[in-house]
Design a binder for this molecule. Structure first.
Ligand SMILES: Cc1ncc(COP(=O)(O)O)c(C=O)c1O
Length: 381
């Protein structure tokens, strides 16, 4: 963990990436790619802090993007293979996406058919490989907000829509149905794909198994995942396999530093008011919802209620007991705040946006970005 002297030099609030931990995670993906016939991409929707891309691209072959802007960032800052998938494309974005993407996946047959007839750069003329998102009809995800296979899902085509013959120009499938899942969920996903789409697999060249593979979690059985991928590849040796995790790449690789601005005792509890907002900076805490780990604190009914800096009534997290009683000016460190934080933040209420920095391998802190009033203003007009 970071030492107090370095912590004191970091402005508050601030997202801080820890290079040592990132390197440790990347080693897991090095091993997976060495041992299984699979290529791993960084899903920018989960983590797009491009200052760290020089390090990440030493291990991963490219990135996956869900929009034109993510695709541009991937092309400018990451390079390599670029998979693009969006639930629906804007007509005016398709030409540039076809220029940039090595693989472009459609969510529906109808948008692919329209694009094929309209876009001069679409195959067979262009070189981008075209894919379709399929619904594998299975997801272990219990929270509906994060379950792409919930009944009536708008994400991906169903087996009955495809029949026995894929439309001209389709060379690959994307299946994304996992979230912070284990290797057994991966195994089950592959079984589902074989069961529902197996007859179509000889017609495609690549299969992207999406994100949600939490390979860097301490309990993830990496050897089992490698065995599952190898066995699948033995059955379909012509298929190039891809994974596009976001969370797993930066799992437990950094924190959000905040400061106590006020303590408000009430009859039942004490509110510790912070200079960060759950809704603006850590939305998954409210959406999942979940309790992040806090350094020196544990979840406890008799603890402090942590108050976010916006006026939203629900912008709080309860309740945490701290090793030492809190005082105004104390720093509160939220662990594991790299994935789905910086890519999702807002400037709601004009709450100051956390700075972004990096804890370098030599233990020093490097400030990468600070935000000011002009950033807030320029988002609105
Ligand atoms: C299509 C697709 N690919 C990849 C990901 C990345 O997932 P994760 O960050 O859980 O690994 C997502 C997340 O929503 C996704 O929708």
């Amino acid at each position: 963990m970071i030492n107090d002297a370095v912590l004191a030099t970091i402005p508050s609030p601030c997202f801080v990436l820890d290079e040592v931990r990132l390197e440790r995670n990347l080693q897991v993906f090095d091993r997976v790619q060495r041992s299984a016939p699979v290529r791993v991409l960084l899903a920018l929707k989960g983590f797009a802090l491009f200052h760290s891309f020089p390090m990440i691209r030493q291990s991963l072959v490219g990135a996956s993007a869900s929009s034109l802007w993510e695709a541009r960032l991937a092309a400018e800052e990451f390079g390599g293979t670029l998979h693009v998938y969006s639930p629906a494309y804007r007509d005016q974005d398709l030409s540039e996406l076809l220029d940039r993407a090595s693989h472009l996946t459609f969510n529906s047959l109808s948008q692919w058919e329209r694009t094929r007839s309209r876009e001069p750069k679409a195959p067979p003329k262009g070189s981008t490989s075209i894919g379709l998102r399929i619904n594998p009809l299975y997801s272990p995800v219990k929270t509906a907000l994060y379950n792409p296979c919930q009944p009536g899902s708008r994400l991906g085509v169903l087996p009955e829509q495809l029949g026995d013959r894929l439309p001209d120009g389709i060379n690959g499938f994307l299946s994304h149905n996992l979230c912070e899942s284990d290797s057994f969920a991966l195994e089950k996903t592959l079984q589902q794909i074989e069961q529902h789409y197996g007859h179509l697999l000889p017609q495609i060249q690549w299969l992207n198994l999406g994100g949600g593979h939490l390979m860097t979690h301490e309990t993830y059985d990496v050897d089992h995942a490698i065995a599952v991928l190898c066995a699948f590849h033995d059955r379909y040796p012509h298929l190039q396999l891809f994974l596009e995790p976001g969370s797993a790449i930066v799992w437990q690789t950094g924190f959000l530093l905040s400061t106590v601005l006020d303590l408000i005792p009430t009859l039942d509890l004490t509110h510790a008011m912070l200079d960060v907002s759950f809704t603006a900076h850590m939305p998954d805490c409210l959406e999942m919802p979940y309790h992040p780990e806090i350094v020196g604190a544990t979840v406890s009914e008799n603890g402090y209620r942590l108050g976010g800096a916006s006026c939203l009534a629900g912008d709080f997290l309860g309740d945490y007991q701290f090793d030492q009683p809190l005082s105004v000016g104390d720093r509160v460190v939220f662990e594991d705040m790299m994935h789905y934080t910086m890519v999702k933040t807002t400037m709601f209420n004009g709450v100051a946006h956390p700075a972004i920095g990096c804890l370098k391998k030599d233990g020093s802190f490097e400030l990468w970005r600070e935000f000011g009033y002009e950033d807030y203003r320029s988002r609105i007009g």
